[in-house]
Ligand binder design. Structure first.
Ligand SMILES: Nc1ncnc2c1ncn2[C@@H]1O[C@H](COP(=O)(O)OP(=O)(O)O)[C@@H](O)[C@H]1O
Ligand SMILES: [Mg+2]
Length: 299
């Protein structure tokens, strides 16, 4: 029985799609059976990065109930299997993302790892991806707003009974002012699964004439090396991620922590999702708001 991982973040542009593609191929290169799913059904960036955006049957057709998932699984690059998303806005608007969990559960037996490239945020489609996941990997940049955003997503994941297991910190530049890994761990109360440096070779993956994941054209790049370490951690080959200590937890982070650790009052969101199979409920109103005004920053 395979394990389903959702890669999530608070905002877009932190590297979820990039990491999903490269991590999936890294796991496949280690002999694992891997299914990547472009669950960002509005944007389909993973389909683009894997060069499979013009596939005839997509996740849209599956979520519309018009095709089976088996018919939407293709051989992707680097040995992975892949479910592309569609590009049609019309079909996207009609798609019922609440079907995702049932659809993914139907192929869990066939793979070791199923990675879901989730959309950003805490909207309906993200919640559908979280509902389909066993484990969650939070992706963040090493800066306060990104960590604050992903903390919100972590809380939503927990309320949907998807287990946040670790944090992947991307765009690490080791610059002054970055939040140190040790502090990120304390803040999110999760281990670090990877520290991926800012890497020109990764940046170029979407800019090449033939778009493809960096692991396929520059396997020795620093970014890919870090992603290979995440694959090793997931497969249990190695659990050592080198982390710099001695960071300072600022009052800013402590304040955020206390805002977020409030307990939810009512029934879990998963129960709500189960009740309403046709639509995933809005939850914004009972999550703590993070606005600049709600955070005191001590100079
Ligand atoms: N470690 C990195 N170094 C340099 N560029 C990166 C890195 N990770 C991602 N990128 C680039 O940042 C952009 C956003 O990444 P993407 O994976 O699409 O983020 P998301 O899926 O979270 O929106 C892409 O152009 C990607 O190539
Ligand atoms: Mg993306």
């Amino acid at each position: 029985m395979g394990t389903v991982y959702a890669l999530v973040s608070g905002k877009g542009g932190v590297g979820k799609t990039t990491i999903t593609a490269n991590l999936g191929i890294a796991l496949s290169q280690k002999g694992k059976k891997v299914l990547l799913v472009d669950s960002d059904i509005a944007m389909a960036n993973l389909s683009l990065l894997l060069g499979m955006h013009s596939s005839p049957i997509t996740l849209h057709d599956v979520l519309l109930g018009e095709s089976s998932l088996q018919d939407a699984i293709y051989d992707g690059p680097g040995g992975v299997s892949f479910v592309p998303s569609g590009l049609s806005f019309e079909s996207y608007r009609r798609v019922d993302s609440a079907r995702l969990a049932g659809v993914i559960a139907s192929v869990k037996e066939d793979f070791d790892y199923i990675l879901l490239d989730a959309p950003a945020g805490i909207e309906t489609n993200v919640m559908s991806a979280l509902s389909a996941a066993d484990n969650v990997l939070l992706v963040t940049m090493p800066i306060s707003p990104s960590i604050a955003d992903v903390l919100k997503t972590k809380i939503v994941a927990e309320r949907l009974n998807a287990k946040p297991i670790g944090v992947i910190v991307n765009f690490v530049r080791n610059e002054k002012g970055e939040i140190m890994p040790d502090d990120i761990m304390k803040m999110l109360e999760l281990p670090i699964y990877g520290l991926i440096p800012y890497d020109q070779d990764i940046r170029k993956s979407f800019m090449r004439e033939k778009i493809m994941p960096t692991i396929l054209f520059k396997p020795n790049s620093k970014g890919v090396e870090a992603i290979n370490q995440i694959a090793e951690k997931l497969t249990g080959v190695s659990s050592t991620i080198r982390i710099k200590k001695q960071g300072i937890i600022t009052r800013f982070l402590n304040k955020l922590s206390s805002i977020f650790k409030r307990k939810p009052k009512e029934k879990t969101l998963r129960e709500e999702v189960k009740e309403k199979t046709k639509s995933v409920p809005e939850i914004d109103e009972d999550l703590p708001e993070i606005s600049e005004d709600s955070i005191e920053v001590e100079e």
